[in-house]
Design a protein around this ligand. Structure first.
Ligand SMILES: Nc1ncnc2c1ncn2[C@@H]1O[C@H](COP(=O)(O)OP(=O)(O)O)[C@@H](O)[C@H]1O
Ligand SMILES: [Mg+2]
Length: 149
């Protein structure tokens, strides 16, 4: 039986440095000859990328946003994450369910119980093997995004 791959996620606000370090991790895996796939949230497969467009462009209630995030996550898991892990590949994912805790939970006021319930519904079998969290003062992230630093 093929050994299941490792599931690595990166988390942090926009401007924290996720994409930058994502490349560093990807290169480290390549150097070691580890086969991996990369994906992101919301997004990944075409269906979830379309949901991403909706999430980024259409104002919606916090409850709808939470459900739609998990709908996109369901697609990413079914079409990219689970098949890769089962084939023994590693998966690098730019944000995952921790981002729902931050954005839909603390950001938009949905309860952590709801998020846990949806996580148990959508991925009872999967949690990241390693999550790299980029934490920095919001003004530094904002300055980076506006290229002041
Ligand atoms: N450690 C760092 N120090 C200073 N600037 C950084 C650092 N890491 C990334 N940046 C810059 O900050 C900006 C946002 O980085 P990025 O990796 O795109 O963040 P994210 O993907 O989390 O939004 C980019 O311009 C990037 O070059
Ligand atoms: Mg990024």
């Amino acid at each position: 039986m093929t050994k299941r791959g490792k599931f690595i996620t990166v988390e942090g606000v926009d401007g924290a440095g996720k994409s930058t370090q994502f490349e560093v991790i990807a290169n480290a895996l390549k150097e070691r000859g580890i086969d991996f796939v990369r994906t992101r949230e919301p997004g990944g497969p075409q269906s979830a990328e379309k949901i991403r467009e909706l999430l980024l462009n259409e104002p919606m209630t916090a409850k709808c946003e939470l459900l739609v995030m998990f709908a996109a996550r369901q697609e990413n898991l079914t079409k990219i994450i689970r098949p890769a892990l089962e084939a023994g590949k590693w998966v690098l994912c730019d944000r995952f369910t921790d981002a729902s805790v931050a954005y839909q939970g603390y950001g938009r006021g949905r309860s952590l119980e709801e998020i846990e319930m949806l996580a148990n519904f959508v991925h009872p079998d999967i949690k990241p093997d390693k999550t790299v969290i980029f934490d920095l003062p919001t003004e530094v992230a904002a300055a980076r995004l506006s290229r002041k630093l």
